[in-house]
Design a binder for this molecule. Structure first.
Ligand SMILES: C[S@@+](CC[C@H](N)C(=O)[O-])C[C@H]1O[C@@H](n2cnc3c(N)ncnc32)[C@H](O)[C@@H]1O
Length: 275
């Protein structure tokens, strides 16, 4: 099958189609829930959201709870309309307003910095933080303007992690995903390696931890392990494209042979706060 070049209009359309199908497929969600290998070709030619969303959804429970989306990766109408989000007292926290908002569905927005969350201790029963922690302390000007341009503060994510733990109820869980592989400063973010990941877990001090790794290849995304993902590289050209929105010639971009659109491995962590 011929795949559209990453981040073109055709890619964005196909991405949304495939993501909508994946997040509504009970068989795929069951594979994620019990960490079974994925069907061949899962997410071929697509970025890591085709792992992060179903992994996170497979660990969410229906019914009311105080759920925080830390970083607003869930702020898409085709995701928020899923039944699992119905009736949740959900908050979405990010640095600045985005194009879409779902307050009619009872979702509240908080525009703030994760390093200083304006909520009381223990408020949330669950927090989803999808591909966000790696951006803390890096250049967020494309998301939130010049005031949010920081350059490569490697340990700054720990301040956000301390805040996430503070606002989590005892026994509550943090569902966290990050680009993983070789350590890389991506300007917009940093890619976590094993050392940084171990420091993250130690800094949170969970009562329980579950780590799952997925890796991108020519045949799409597949269940993997930490050692096999340790050398994964981020598709660097994609960063130039994100840093120059509208000014980057996607048709001429030096896309890699595997058509990787962003991360080539992702770490999915479930961290439970002690009672
Ligand atoms: C990967 S983007 C998610 C954007 C998008 N809504 C999506 O669907 O993928 C990461 C987000 O992290 C947010 N972010 C980065 N640093 C932050 C911080 N210190 N506090 C709050 N949000 C932060 C950015 O504003 C950005 O929206």
């Amino acid at each position: 099958m011929s795949m559209p070049r990453p981040w073109t209009k055709e890619y964005i359309e196909r991405r949304q189609d495939v993501l909508c199908r994946i997040i509504r497929d009970p068989a795929v969600l069951a594979d994620f829930a019990v960490r079974r290998p994925l069907p061949a070709g899962h997410g071929a030619g697509l970025d890591e959201r085709c792992i992060e969303y179903p992994w996170m959804l497979s660990r969410l429970k229906s019914g009311p709870e105080r759920l925080l989306d830390a970083g607003s990766a869930l702020n898409h109408p085709w995701l928020l309309e899923l039944p699992v989000f119905a009736g949740k007292g959900m908050h979405i926290l990010t640095l600045a307003p985005e194009g879409h908002c779902a307050w009619q569905a009872g979702i509240s927005y908080i525009f703030a910095d994760l390093r200083d969350i304006p909520m009381r201790d223990g408020f949330y029963t669950r927090i989803a933080c999808i591909s966000t922690l790696e951006h803390v302390g890096f250049d967020n000007s494309v998301y939130a303007g010049e005031a949010h341009r920081q350059s490569g503060l490697r340990d700054e994510y720990k301040r956000a992690l301390t805040e996430l733990k503070r606002v989590l109820a005892p026994g509550g869980e943090l569902l966290l995903t990050l680009p993983f592989g070789r350590y890389e400063n991506l300007v917009l973010a940093q890619q976590f390696d094993s050392t940084l990941l171990a420091e993250l877990v130690e800094s949170f001090g969970p009562a329980e931890v579950e780590k799952t790794f997925y890796r991108y290849g020519l045949d799409g995304w597949q269940l993997s392990d930490e050692a096999a993902c340790a050398e994964a590289r981020y598709a660097r050209w994609a960063i130039d494209c994100f840093l120059n929105p509208g000014g980057y010639d996607l048709a001429a971009a030096p896309v890699d042979a595997d058509l990787a659109p962003a991360a080539r491995a992702v770490a999915c962590l479930r961290l439970v706060k002690g009672a």
